[in-house]
Ligand binder design. Structure first.
Ligand code: CP3
Length: 347
């Protein structure tokens, strides 16, 4: 099929509420370990954070998936935990174990964080953005991102990833005022970080709330919806035309409240949400992104073809961005990604 791309390209078209056929596609974690060329760059630098803070190499790995696949957007190579690192918290990525942080779990530790140094510490990300946008055609926009205050706070409080986010949840119940101080600080620094990426050239933003699913409704309203709403309002005050995608992973039916109340422009959905819910409760009011199971992309075969078709049949005629329900699995065969892109582009 002939693609007459507008200058903006199909991804931004969809985010402004228009449908596009075929649907645009990009994948969460599209730059990463499933690509041999990523593993090669990664083996040359010391730590993962060194790679995030090296604009030349971070720009290179951002562009790698675009050279292989016909994706409609790029996402800046960085990490959500670069924000606590920029606040002066000790953050390390231990090979095979994930992130390790010096826990921040009381008022004193929050007071010890250093927001005044954050802009300088985050500057390499903005240089990465400048390098990538200079290399990309107009029709392929670059997405900037941050973690939602709640999700970043769960890592800061726990000192690592966790199954149930117990440290942050218990702190929020026990001492809501001091937990609020941490959340408020994260709203400020994350807004500055998103706006820094906008000034450097990103044309859409995504807020990753990977642990939104661990909160009951009242806590979800207070720690997920309210801070995200403040964050989006701060960004919109300065960058009203840059679309913001929210990703409240695991929120279940609360995704609907999140979509209505946070001020986001589009919602990225995880694999657990039924397609009928996406269509009727979410896509009826804003563009939807998602939600193929990353493990089905890993597995491949006829079931992959079938599910891609099902998703496109249900969601593809209204504003829709094809994506996974969570980040791509590092063991995913490259052929399966190529097959997925072909299926979506030929739909
Ligand atoms: O999507 C992209 O291609 C852009 C880059 C990106 C990374 N992390 C690179 C990365 C983005 C958008 C993220 C977001 C992120 N980081 C989230 C939110 C999305 C999600 O997955 O839920 C979270 C929770 C993190 C925190 C984080 N970073 C963890 C828990 C880990 C360890 C787990 C793992 O996969 O190793 C990381 C490391 C990380 N971030 C890697 C990459 C490519 C792998 C590290 C490596 O290459 O050594």
């Amino acid at each position: 099929m002939l693609r007459v791309a507008s200058v903006e390209g199909p991804f931004l078209k969809v985010l402004t509420g228009q449908s596009s056929s075929p649907a645009p596609i990009w994948l969460m974690r599209q730059a990463g370990r499933y690509l041999p060329e990523y593993r090669e760059v990664r083996s040359k630098v010391g730590s993962f954070l060194d790679l995030c803070r090296n604009p030349e190499l971070a720009a290179e790995v951002t562009l790698q998936p675009l050279r292989r696949f016909d994706f409609d957007a790029a996402i800046v190579f960085s990490d959500i935990l670069i924000v606590p690192h920029a606040l002066g918290q000790r953050v390390e990525f231990v090979e095979g174990e994930g992130p390790k942080l010096e826990p921040v779990s009381d008022a004193k530790a929050v007071a010890g964080l250093k927001p005044e140094g954050a802009a300088k510490a985050l500057a390499p990300v903005y240089e990465t953005v400048e390098r990538v946008t200079a290399a990309l055609p107009e029709s392929i926009p670059l997405i900037g991102f941050c973690g939602a205050p709640w999700t970043v706070a769960t890592y800061m409080a726990e000192g690592s990833g966790s199954k149930d986010q117990a440290a942050a949840r218990a702190w929020a119940y026990r001492e809501p005022e001091t937990f609020q101080a941490l959340i408020d600080l994260l709203v400020e620094v994350s807004a500055d970080h998103l706006l820094g990426q906008v000034r450097a050239g990103v044309r859409a933003l995504q807020i990753f709330d990977s642990w939104a699913g661990s909160l009951p409704e009242d806590q979800f309203a207070r720690w997920c919806i309210a801070p995200t709403k403040n964050l989006v309002a701060r960004v919109k005050a300065e960058a009203p035309n840059v679309p913001v995608i929210g990703f409240p992973r695991g929120a279940g039916p609360l995704a609907e409240r999140y979509a209505h109340e946070t001020g986001i422009d589009a919602i990225s959905c995880d694999t657990s949400l039924p397609l009928a819910f996406l269509k009727e409760r979410l896509q009826s009011r804003m563009p939807v992104q998602g939600n193929l199971d990353p493990l089905l992309l890993l597995a491949g075969g006829p079931e992959l073809d079938r599910q891609v078709k099902t998703i496109l049949t249900i969601l593809g005629r209204s504003p829709f961005v094809f994506n996974l329900g969570h980040g791509i699995h590092p063991e995913t065969p490259i052929d399966h990604v190529a097959r997925l892109v072909t299926l979506v582009k030929n739909s």
